[in-house]
Ligand binder design. Sequence first.
Ligand SMILES: [Zn+2]
Length: 144
Amino acid sequence: MTAETPEAMPGAGDDAALEARACDAQRRAYAPYSRFPVGAAVRMSGEVFDGANIENASYGLGICAERTAVFAAVLSGAHRLEAVAVCTEASPPSSPCGACRQVLLEFAPDPAAVTVTAVNPRGERRSWTLAELLPDGFSGRELP
Ligand SMILES: [Zn+2]
């Protein structure tokens, strides 16, 4: 069976390419322990960066797909988060965990303008703004 890409999905929006990148990254996840591969793609400062979850035999050392994508973006000098796509096998598609929501918020000048879309390779889709996923999140503006 061939996995359907989000580009072929009915109702795919402007971020179909971002969703396709997330599903491509999902195939490169390293998830031998959870067997829950996750791919993510973020558009930051106009460029797309992807990431996947990378686990470890020492379970607590694993990292989520969303954070690997954001950290790759920051290493490339991109600091302004514009959109996020996450691809899992879950039905309905999984939203980012709390830790990743906080990391996404760090780079979102306007969380209400950042769309977070969760998809799976079978064409299901859910979408929120980052402000909906993390209302009243902690920001550096609160630090002394
Ligand atoms: Zn996470």
